[in-house]
Design a protein. Sequence first.
Length: 313
Amino acid sequence: MPDPVLEVKGLVKRYGDRVAVQRVSFSIREGEVLGLLGPNGAGKTTTISILATLLPPDEGEVRVAGYDLVREPHRVKPLIGFVPQDLALYPTLSAWDNLAFWGRLYGLRGRALHERIAAVLEMVGLHERAHDPVKTFSGGMKRRLNIAAGLIHRPRLLLLDEPTVGVDPQSRNFIFEHIERLKAEGTAILYTTHYMEEAERLCDRVAIMDEGRIIALDTPQGLMRLLGGGIIYVRVPDDAAAALSRARDALPHLRGVTVQDHRLKLETTDAQAALLELIAWCNRHNVSILSLEVLEPNLESVFLHLTGKRLRD
Ligand SMILES: Nc1ncnc2c1ncn2[C@@H]1O[C@H](COP(=O)(O)OP(=O)(O)OP(=O)(O)O)[C@@H](O)[C@H]1O
Ligand SMILES: [Mg+2]
Protein backbone atom coordinates (compact mmCIF):
# COMPACT_ATOMS: atom_id res chain seq x y z
CA MET A 1 0.00 0.00 0.00
CA PRO A 2 1.42 3.47 -0.84
CA ASP A 3 2.36 5.87 1.96
CA PRO A 4 -0.49 8.14 2.96
CA VAL A 5 -0.54 11.62 1.42
CA LEU A 6 -1.84 13.01 4.71
CA GLU A 7 -1.07 11.68 8.16
CA VAL A 8 -2.59 13.30 11.23
CA LYS A 9 -1.61 12.10 14.71
CA GLY A 10 -2.97 13.28 18.04
CA LEU A 11 -4.05 16.72 16.86
CA VAL A 12 -5.21 19.09 19.63
CA LYS A 13 -6.51 22.66 19.34
CA ARG A 14 -7.77 24.81 22.19
CA TYR A 15 -9.53 28.17 22.09
CA GLY A 16 -8.95 29.39 25.66
CA ASP A 17 -10.55 26.77 27.89
CA ARG A 18 -12.52 25.18 25.07
CA VAL A 19 -10.92 22.18 23.44
CA ALA A 20 -12.14 22.36 19.82
CA VAL A 21 -10.10 19.39 18.56
CA GLN A 22 -9.17 16.54 20.91
CA ARG A 23 -6.46 14.07 19.87
CA VAL A 24 -7.66 13.61 16.32
CA SER A 25 -5.80 11.06 14.18
CA PHE A 26 -6.43 9.84 10.65
CA SER A 27 -4.70 9.41 7.31
CA ILE A 28 -5.65 9.73 3.64
CA ARG A 29 -4.12 7.79 0.76
CA GLU A 30 -3.68 8.81 -2.85
CA GLY A 31 -7.03 8.71 -4.64
CA GLU A 32 -8.96 8.37 -1.41
CA VAL A 33 -11.83 10.58 -0.26
CA LEU A 34 -12.10 10.78 3.52
CA GLY A 35 -15.26 12.35 4.88
CA LEU A 36 -15.28 14.33 8.10
CA LEU A 37 -18.89 14.16 9.20
CA GLY A 38 -20.20 15.98 12.23
CA PRO A 39 -22.76 18.48 13.52
CA ASN A 40 -22.25 22.23 14.02
CA GLY A 41 -19.33 22.91 16.33
CA ALA A 42 -17.88 19.39 16.04
CA GLY A 43 -14.44 20.78 15.12
CA LYS A 44 -14.41 20.15 11.36
CA THR A 45 -13.38 23.66 10.27
CA THR A 46 -10.81 23.91 13.06
CA THR A 47 -9.25 20.62 11.93
CA ILE A 48 -9.20 21.58 8.26
CA SER A 49 -7.83 25.07 9.04
CA ILE A 50 -4.88 23.50 10.84
CA LEU A 51 -4.24 21.23 7.86
CA ALA A 52 -4.43 24.27 5.55
CA THR A 53 -1.69 25.91 7.71
CA LEU A 54 -4.03 28.74 8.72
CA LEU A 55 -4.06 27.80 12.40
CA PRO A 56 -1.17 26.40 14.44
CA PRO A 57 -1.97 23.16 16.29
CA ASP A 58 -1.43 23.05 20.07
CA GLU A 59 -0.36 19.41 19.99
CA GLY A 60 0.06 16.60 17.53
CA GLU A 61 1.78 15.92 14.27
CA VAL A 62 0.71 16.43 10.67
CA ARG A 63 2.62 15.12 7.67
CA VAL A 64 1.83 15.81 4.03
CA ALA A 65 3.69 13.54 1.61
CA GLY A 66 6.09 12.92 4.49
CA TYR A 67 6.83 16.61 5.21
CA ASP A 68 6.09 18.03 8.64
CA LEU A 69 3.39 20.69 8.47
CA VAL A 70 4.79 22.83 11.29
CA ARG A 71 8.52 22.48 10.59
CA GLU A 72 8.42 22.45 6.78
CA PRO A 73 5.46 24.63 5.77
CA HIS A 74 7.23 25.80 2.59
CA ARG A 75 7.30 22.15 1.43
CA VAL A 76 3.74 21.42 2.50
CA LYS A 77 1.89 24.48 1.20
CA PRO A 78 2.40 23.83 -2.54
CA LEU A 79 0.98 20.32 -2.06
CA ILE A 80 -2.30 21.49 -0.52
CA GLY A 81 -5.39 22.96 -2.11
CA PHE A 82 -7.86 24.49 0.32
CA VAL A 83 -11.49 25.36 -0.39
CA PRO A 84 -12.77 27.25 2.66
CA GLN A 85 -16.30 27.09 4.06
CA ASP A 86 -16.62 30.84 3.45
CA LEU A 87 -16.02 32.05 -0.09
CA ALA A 88 -12.58 33.52 -0.73
CA LEU A 89 -13.27 35.50 -3.91
CA TYR A 90 -13.05 39.14 -4.98
CA PRO A 91 -16.54 40.07 -6.17
CA THR A 92 -15.51 42.91 -8.45
CA LEU A 93 -12.84 40.89 -10.26
CA SER A 94 -13.66 38.45 -13.05
CA ALA A 95 -13.43 34.69 -12.56
CA TRP A 96 -10.23 34.73 -14.60
CA ASP A 97 -8.61 37.46 -12.50
CA ASN A 98 -9.58 35.76 -9.26
CA LEU A 99 -7.88 32.59 -10.42
CA ALA A 100 -4.86 34.56 -11.63
CA PHE A 101 -4.54 36.01 -8.13
CA TRP A 102 -4.54 32.57 -6.50
CA GLY A 103 -2.29 31.09 -9.18
CA ARG A 104 0.35 33.79 -8.64
CA LEU A 105 0.25 33.14 -4.90
CA TYR A 106 1.28 29.59 -5.72
CA GLY A 107 4.11 30.76 -7.94
CA LEU A 108 2.47 30.20 -11.33
CA ARG A 109 3.40 32.75 -14.00
CA GLY A 110 3.01 33.43 -17.71
CA ARG A 111 1.93 30.65 -19.96
CA ALA A 112 1.74 28.01 -17.22
CA LEU A 113 -0.63 30.25 -15.26
CA HIS A 114 -2.71 30.97 -18.35
CA GLU A 115 -3.08 27.28 -19.18
CA ARG A 116 -4.00 26.29 -15.64
CA ILE A 117 -6.67 29.01 -15.36
CA ALA A 118 -8.24 27.86 -18.63
CA ALA A 119 -8.09 24.24 -17.49
CA VAL A 120 -9.72 24.74 -14.07
CA LEU A 121 -12.42 27.01 -15.51
CA GLU A 122 -13.23 24.27 -17.99
CA MET A 123 -13.24 21.70 -15.16
CA VAL A 124 -15.83 23.57 -13.13
CA GLY A 125 -17.85 24.56 -16.21
CA LEU A 126 -17.28 28.30 -15.96
CA HIS A 127 -15.15 28.92 -19.07
CA GLU A 128 -17.97 30.81 -20.75
CA ARG A 129 -18.21 33.19 -17.80
CA ALA A 130 -14.46 33.66 -17.43
CA HIS A 131 -14.49 37.42 -17.91
CA ASP A 132 -17.64 38.31 -15.98
CA PRO A 133 -17.26 39.84 -12.54
CA VAL A 134 -17.87 37.32 -9.77
CA LYS A 135 -20.59 39.47 -8.21
CA THR A 136 -22.80 38.57 -11.20
CA PHE A 137 -22.49 34.80 -10.44
CA SER A 138 -25.07 32.62 -8.72
CA GLY A 139 -24.25 31.06 -5.35
CA GLY A 140 -23.53 27.71 -6.98
CA MET A 141 -21.23 29.29 -9.57
CA LYS A 142 -19.30 31.09 -6.83
CA ARG A 143 -18.87 27.79 -4.99
CA ARG A 144 -17.55 26.17 -8.17
CA LEU A 145 -15.12 29.03 -8.71
CA ASN A 146 -14.03 28.70 -5.08
CA ILE A 147 -13.20 25.07 -5.80
CA ALA A 148 -11.35 26.02 -8.99
CA ALA A 149 -9.19 28.41 -6.92
CA GLY A 150 -8.20 25.54 -4.62
CA LEU A 151 -7.16 23.44 -7.63
CA ILE A 152 -5.16 25.98 -9.59
CA HIS A 153 -1.74 24.54 -8.61
CA ARG A 154 -2.68 20.82 -8.97
CA PRO A 155 -2.55 19.95 -5.27
CA ARG A 156 -1.93 16.36 -4.16
CA LEU A 157 -4.17 16.95 -1.17
CA LEU A 158 -7.47 18.80 -1.52
CA LEU A 159 -9.22 20.10 1.59
CA LEU A 160 -12.90 20.89 1.06
CA ASP A 161 -14.90 22.50 3.87
CA GLU A 162 -18.63 21.98 3.24
CA PRO A 163 -18.38 22.77 -0.48
CA THR A 164 -22.06 22.21 -1.22
CA VAL A 165 -23.69 24.47 1.39
CA GLY A 166 -26.15 26.80 -0.32
CA VAL A 167 -25.66 25.17 -3.70
CA ASP A 168 -28.39 24.27 -6.22
CA PRO A 169 -28.79 20.56 -7.12
CA GLN A 170 -27.17 21.04 -10.54
CA SER A 171 -24.01 22.65 -9.17
CA ARG A 172 -23.97 20.06 -6.44
CA ASN A 173 -23.91 17.22 -8.98
CA PHE A 174 -21.24 19.09 -10.87
CA ILE A 175 -19.12 19.32 -7.74
CA PHE A 176 -19.63 15.60 -6.99
CA GLU A 177 -18.62 14.55 -10.50
CA HIS A 178 -15.65 16.79 -10.26
CA ILE A 179 -14.51 15.28 -6.98
CA GLU A 180 -14.85 11.82 -8.49
CA ARG A 181 -12.63 12.85 -11.39
CA LEU A 182 -9.96 14.30 -9.09
CA LYS A 183 -10.07 11.12 -7.05
CA ALA A 184 -9.54 9.04 -10.19
CA GLU A 185 -6.51 11.20 -10.97
CA GLY A 186 -5.04 10.28 -7.57
CA THR A 187 -5.79 13.39 -5.52
CA ALA A 188 -6.24 12.71 -1.80
CA ILE A 189 -9.36 14.51 -0.64
CA LEU A 190 -10.66 15.54 2.77
CA TYR A 191 -14.33 16.40 2.57
CA THR A 192 -16.16 17.89 5.52
CA THR A 193 -19.91 17.89 5.60
CA HIS A 194 -22.88 17.56 7.89
CA TYR A 195 -24.91 15.91 5.11
CA MET A 196 -24.75 12.17 5.64
CA GLU A 197 -26.05 11.39 2.12
CA GLU A 198 -23.02 13.18 0.67
CA ALA A 199 -20.64 11.29 2.91
CA GLU A 200 -22.29 8.00 1.96
CA ARG A 201 -22.13 8.72 -1.72
CA LEU A 202 -18.66 10.25 -2.08
CA CYS A 203 -16.43 8.95 0.63
CA ASP A 204 -14.27 5.83 0.74
CA ARG A 205 -14.07 6.19 4.51
CA VAL A 206 -15.90 8.44 6.93
CA ALA A 207 -14.66 9.85 10.23
CA ILE A 208 -17.57 10.73 12.48
CA MET A 209 -16.67 13.74 14.60
CA ASP A 210 -18.47 15.02 17.67
CA GLU A 211 -17.35 17.51 20.31
CA GLY A 212 -13.80 17.62 18.95
CA ARG A 213 -13.25 13.86 18.81
CA ILE A 214 -13.39 11.27 16.08
CA ILE A 215 -15.76 8.72 17.57
CA ALA A 216 -15.74 6.27 14.65
CA LEU A 217 -13.79 5.89 11.42
CA ASP A 218 -14.53 3.26 8.80
CA THR A 219 -16.03 2.72 5.37
CA PRO A 220 -19.70 3.76 5.20
CA GLN A 221 -20.61 0.05 5.06
CA GLY A 222 -18.40 -0.71 8.06
CA LEU A 223 -20.01 2.08 10.06
CA MET A 224 -23.47 0.87 9.17
CA ARG A 225 -22.58 -2.61 10.37
CA LEU A 226 -22.33 -1.05 13.85
CA LEU A 227 -26.12 -1.00 13.75
CA GLY A 228 -26.24 -4.75 13.24
CA GLY A 229 -29.62 -5.62 11.79
CA GLY A 230 -31.04 -2.25 12.78
CA ILE A 231 -32.31 -0.57 15.90
CA ILE A 232 -35.82 -0.02 17.22
CA TYR A 233 -36.63 2.73 19.69
CA VAL A 234 -39.87 2.05 21.49
CA ARG A 235 -41.68 3.65 24.39
CA VAL A 236 -44.21 1.64 26.36
CA PRO A 237 -45.79 2.46 29.74
CA ASP A 238 -43.20 2.28 32.54
CA ASP A 239 -44.70 -0.81 34.17
CA ALA A 240 -44.41 -2.73 30.89
CA ALA A 241 -40.85 -1.65 30.03
CA ALA A 242 -39.15 -4.00 32.50
CA ALA A 243 -41.24 -6.97 31.34
CA LEU A 244 -40.46 -6.18 27.70
CA SER A 245 -36.72 -6.00 28.47
CA ARG A 246 -36.91 -9.52 29.86
CA ALA A 247 -39.04 -10.97 27.06
CA ARG A 248 -36.09 -12.54 25.26
CA ASP A 249 -37.90 -15.78 24.38
CA ALA A 250 -40.67 -13.90 22.59
CA LEU A 251 -38.19 -11.72 20.69
CA PRO A 252 -35.53 -14.00 19.20
CA HIS A 253 -34.30 -11.23 16.86
CA LEU A 254 -33.43 -9.01 19.79
CA ARG A 255 -29.71 -8.64 20.49
CA GLY A 256 -29.68 -6.21 23.39
CA VAL A 257 -31.80 -3.68 25.28
CA THR A 258 -30.79 -0.41 26.90
CA VAL A 259 -32.81 2.52 28.22
CA GLN A 260 -32.22 5.89 26.53
CA ASP A 261 -34.30 9.01 27.18
CA HIS A 262 -37.24 7.05 28.64
CA ARG A 263 -37.28 4.83 25.59
CA LEU A 264 -36.07 1.29 25.15
CA LYS A 265 -33.36 0.96 22.56
CA LEU A 266 -33.62 -2.48 21.01
CA GLU A 267 -30.58 -3.63 19.06
CA THR A 268 -31.70 -6.34 16.67
CA THR A 269 -30.29 -8.88 14.27
CA ASP A 270 -33.12 -8.00 11.86
CA ALA A 271 -35.20 -4.90 12.56
CA GLN A 272 -38.23 -5.93 10.48
CA ALA A 273 -38.48 -9.38 12.06
CA ALA A 274 -37.96 -7.94 15.56
CA LEU A 275 -40.65 -5.34 14.90
CA LEU A 276 -43.24 -8.05 14.19
CA GLU A 277 -42.21 -9.90 17.35
CA LEU A 278 -42.42 -6.70 19.36
CA ILE A 279 -45.91 -5.88 18.11
CA ALA A 280 -47.08 -9.46 18.74
CA TRP A 281 -45.71 -9.31 22.31
CA CYS A 282 -47.45 -5.98 22.97
CA ASN A 283 -50.74 -7.33 21.64
CA ARG A 284 -50.48 -10.49 23.72
CA HIS A 285 -49.80 -8.53 26.91
CA ASN A 286 -52.18 -5.72 26.12
CA VAL A 287 -49.36 -3.17 26.21
CA SER A 288 -49.82 0.05 24.25
CA ILE A 289 -46.93 1.39 22.19
CA LEU A 290 -46.50 5.10 22.98
CA SER A 291 -43.82 5.79 20.39
CA LEU A 292 -41.92 3.73 17.89
CA GLU A 293 -38.99 4.46 15.62
CA VAL A 294 -37.04 2.08 13.41
CA LEU A 295 -33.53 3.14 12.42
CA GLU A 296 -32.65 2.49 8.82
CA PRO A 297 -29.01 1.54 8.33
CA ASN A 298 -27.55 4.89 7.25
CA LEU A 299 -24.91 7.24 8.65
CA GLU A 300 -27.48 9.44 10.37
CA SER A 301 -28.60 6.36 12.33
CA VAL A 302 -25.00 5.47 13.09
CA PHE A 303 -24.47 8.95 14.52
CA LEU A 304 -27.61 8.69 16.63
CA HIS A 305 -26.55 5.24 17.79
CA LEU A 306 -23.05 6.43 18.81
CA THR A 307 -23.96 9.74 20.43
CA GLY A 308 -27.65 9.59 21.30
CA LYS A 309 -27.97 12.83 19.28
CA ARG A 310 -29.15 13.71 15.81
CA LEU A 311 -26.76 15.17 13.25
CA ARG A 312 -29.16 17.97 12.49
CA ASP A 313 -31.46 19.12 15.25
N1 LIG B 1 -12.00 31.58 16.57
C1 LIG B 1 -12.59 30.88 17.54
N2 LIG B 1 -12.56 31.28 18.83
C2 LIG B 1 -13.14 30.57 19.81
N3 LIG B 1 -13.81 29.41 19.62
C3 LIG B 1 -13.89 28.96 18.36
C4 LIG B 1 -13.30 29.66 17.25
N4 LIG B 1 -13.54 28.96 16.12
C5 LIG B 1 -14.26 27.88 16.52
N5 LIG B 1 -14.46 27.88 17.85
C6 LIG B 1 -15.16 26.82 18.62
O1 LIG B 1 -14.56 25.57 18.34
C7 LIG B 1 -15.54 24.55 18.20
C8 LIG B 1 -15.41 23.89 16.84
O2 LIG B 1 -15.77 24.82 15.83
P1 LIG B 1 -15.62 24.51 14.27
O3 LIG B 1 -15.86 25.75 13.52
O4 LIG B 1 -14.33 23.80 14.06
O5 LIG B 1 -16.82 23.48 14.08
P2 LIG B 1 -17.44 22.87 12.73
O6 LIG B 1 -17.49 21.39 12.92
O7 LIG B 1 -16.71 23.37 11.54
O8 LIG B 1 -18.94 23.41 12.75
P3 LIG B 1 -19.91 23.90 11.52
O9 LIG B 1 -20.60 22.66 11.04
O10 LIG B 1 -20.86 24.81 12.23
O11 LIG B 1 -19.08 24.58 10.48
C9 LIG B 1 -16.88 25.22 18.46
O12 LIG B 1 -17.23 25.01 19.79
C10 LIG B 1 -16.61 26.68 18.19
O13 LIG B 1 -17.45 27.50 18.97
MG1 LIG C 1 -17.28 24.42 9.87
